[in-house]
Design a protein around this ligand. Structure first.
Ligand code: NAD
Length: 269
């Protein structure tokens, strides 16, 4: 029996990257999946490859569109048990470089897609989860919502908001059977990131920063989302699970010692 057998799940931003990987593991574990994305053809491509799934075109920053997405889940599969708030606009995020140069329309857009969308997802999913006696919400935060970075002022503020939103929803609805948790990935090697947003030099430099023998793949994050969505995490509520390979747990100087250690030992097999 699958870990989400008989459950109905919505995954936003499921047309690529982490959302696509999550939609695939959820379907593999027995869920009926609403593959939701602003890119209709990408959502349709993923949904076609899953067992019980439907594609939905959604703009997560638009409330009417979010309502339609949730209604599609209920009409297609009879209810809603799991919501993965995950969509984000990588091309807009990439423009968020420095606070002094930050265009305030861009700021509004980044907050709308990266924070307000999570609020609206919870707002409209929760009543349907209550009708089923409970549910599980998993939000995609980021290490950039935990520690400051040289760039991404608005994105980081939005992701920090997601971490607190997760706790608020957990506190408000935990006793009614709805758990709300978040994952906070570091750098994840999605196709978009590999092809458009990260150079081979940046990837090589990241290997020095992350205290792991490899960088994170979308599947690593999807596995964490699956755990939080499933009954295996039945008593986990309001948590933000770091999926960053330990990038945020050490002082940068620790990597000098790690480099010395690597140089004196053979690489792990
Ligand atoms: N890739 C990373 O390194 C990384 C690190 C930390 C956190 N994250 C977070 O992980 C999540 C997924 O990111 P990803 O790297 O898989 O990105 P991605 O670009 O591969 O996928 C994001 C998807 O969201 C969709 N999307 C964009 N705007 C939308 C909108 N308004 N409404 C609905 N869908 C929309 C895109 O079409 C795309 O399919 C995001 O919340 C991102 O902030 C990513």
């Amino acid at each position: 029996m699958g870990r989400l057998e008989g459950k109905v799940a919505i995954v936003t931003g499921a047309g690529s990257g982490i959302g696509e990987a999550t939609a695939r593991v959820m379907a593999r574990e027995g869920a009926s999946v609403v593959v939701a994305d602003i890119n209709r053809s990408a959502a349709e491509r993923v949904a076609r490859e899953l067992g019980s799934a439907v594609a939905v075109e959604v703009d997560v920053s638009d409330e009417a569109s979010v309502v339609r997405m949730v209604e599609t889940a209920v009409k297609s599969f009879g209810g809603l048990d799991v919501l993965h708030n995950n969509a984000s606009d990588a091309s807009a995020n990439a423009l968020d470089v420095d606070i002094v140069d930050l265009d305030m329309e861009l700021f509004d857009r980044l907050i709308a897609v990266n924070l307000k969308a999570h609020v609206m997802g919870c707002k409209h999913a929760i009543p349907h989860m209550l009708a089923r006696g409970g549910g599980s919400i998993v939000c995609t935060a980021s290490i950039e919502g935990i520690v400051g970075r040289g760039v991404r002022t608005a994105y980081g503020a939005a992701k920090a908001g997601v971490v607190l939103l997760t706790k608020s929803v957990a506190a408000q609805y935990g006793s009614l059977g709805i758990r709300c948790n978040a994952v906070a990935p570091g750098l994840v090697l999605t196709p978009a990131l590999r092809n458009h947003y990260t150079s081979p030099e940046q990837i090589a430099a990241s290997l020095e920063i992350y205290p792991m023998p490899r960088l994170c793949e979308p599947q690593d994050v999807a596995n964490a989302v699956l755990f939080l969505a499933s009954d295996e995490a039945a008593y986990v509520n309001g948590a933000t699970l770091m999926v960053d390979g330990g990038a945020t747990v050490y002082m940068p100087s620790a990597q000098f010692d790690a480099a010395r250690r690597r140089a004196s030992r053979p690489p792990p097999r």
